[in-house]
Design a protein around this ligand. Sequence first.
Ligand SMILES: [Zn+2]
Length: 80
Amino acid sequence: MNPVDGCPECQRISAAYEAATLEWFRLQGQLRIAEYSSAESESDSLIAELTAVAKRRQALREAASQHTLAAHSRATGACS
Ligand SMILES: [Zn+2]
């Protein structure tokens, strides 16, 4: 992730990516607790959520690189 200063689309993607990253760490923490307490069904649903968040982060990384190519490939630092 390499957001360009002042570009609202970069900021939007980067903020969504950060939110997904925080969500991923939160779910990891919950999963660890669920595994300690042997809450198997809870672990399963947390793993499913983690997979979904991981996909969202991957999609956002792709969106960021596509946007960078489309909007920032010529000029550095300008959002045209
Ligand atoms: Zn941008």
